[in-house]
Design a protein around this ligand. Sequence first.
Ligand SMILES: Cc1cc2nc3c(=O)[nH]c(=O)nc-3n(C[C@H](O)[C@H](O)[C@H](O)COP(=O)(O)OP(=O)(O)OC[C@H]3O[C@@H](n4cnc5c(N)ncnc54)[C@H](O)[C@@H]3O)c2cc1C
Length: 307
Amino acid sequence: NGEKYFCSNIGAEVAIVTARLENGEDGIKGLQLFLVPRYRKDGSLNYLIRRIKNKIGTRSVPTGEVGFENAEAIVINEEIPGIYLIMEALNISRVANAIGSVSLAQRAISEAYNFATQREAFGSKIADLPLLKWEFGKRLEELHAASQLAWKSAELLNKVWEEKPPYSENYHYFRFITHMAKYWCAEVAVKHAKWSMEIFGGLGILEEFKVERLLREAIILPIWEGTPHRQILDGWEVMARYNLHERLFDELEAISPNSGSNIMHNKIQNLLRQSKEEQETSAGKIFRQLARTTANALAFKVTETVI
Ligand SMILES: Cc1cc2nc3c(=O)[nH]c(=O)nc-3n(C[C@H](O)[C@H](O)[C@H](O)COP(=O)(O)OP(=O)(O)OC[C@H]3O[C@@H](n4cnc5c(N)ncnc54)[C@H](O)[C@@H]3O)c2cc1C
């Protein structure tokens, strides 16, 4: 029984729903993960869709507001406290979000390039103008780096997805990189989608051209599956609790000795010695630098291998 304000893909036959068992404990410990079919065993509707949200983007994945009244549900694995399963499901969708983000950014650059090779100004195709040539180069570099970070999170997921609590260090490392990838790749997607509109000039804001839709779709990526603040704070928690930035810096140093990871390392160590409030105040700035440094270093490794 109860309500859900945001339910993605509301036309699905089965939903995964977080809820509290009757007489369950207060707080997160009392939560469980359930499978909720669309229809009851007797064929009647199991929940009521009160309305479909009017959204800026992701319109082809309808989002519903739902009411449950004596809905039939199946607990997914009673052996494991639900909160672990909930977080596992979220972490998997964060990997998907990161991959989706770099895919969108790639599409945005591709649309922009296609346009720029056709549009003429000052006697040449705009793709050949020095400023835009430089910008296309920078955008591709950034996309390449973000893609490496997204794939790193997928690679790590591949190693840990069968784990059950208590989790290994590998699992927490996966979580750490995934917070970073979810956060950074979504930022890159929004930035590239906006820039792609700028390359189209005035045409970029018109509905009949494709790129305004890309920005509308991109804008949701940082928000759902946990906002940037959530990724930053949870990523910070992995560093404070498990010291896994040490493992990351060892890896980055081996891949790319001039990546600037030493400077980052010192900054993080210093901040971890401060009060909780001071840590949270500066976590955003440092986590952003860390994500960029990590993505760039991973891209360096790929470039080296290709050469
Ligand atoms: C289109 C869409 C589909 C969705 N589908 C689903 C779904 O299927 N299932 C589902 O469960 N959820 C779904 N959601 C919900 C989504 O996951 C949440 O909206 C999102 O995680 C943000 O949570 P919130 O809206 O409660 O924001 P709030 O928690 O209200 O946050 C508001 C602001 O405060 C900030 N904030 C909160 N805590 C802190 C802190 N400690 N420090 C600093 N800043 C903080 C947040 O980062 C944010 O900027 C969907 C959302 C959308 C938009």
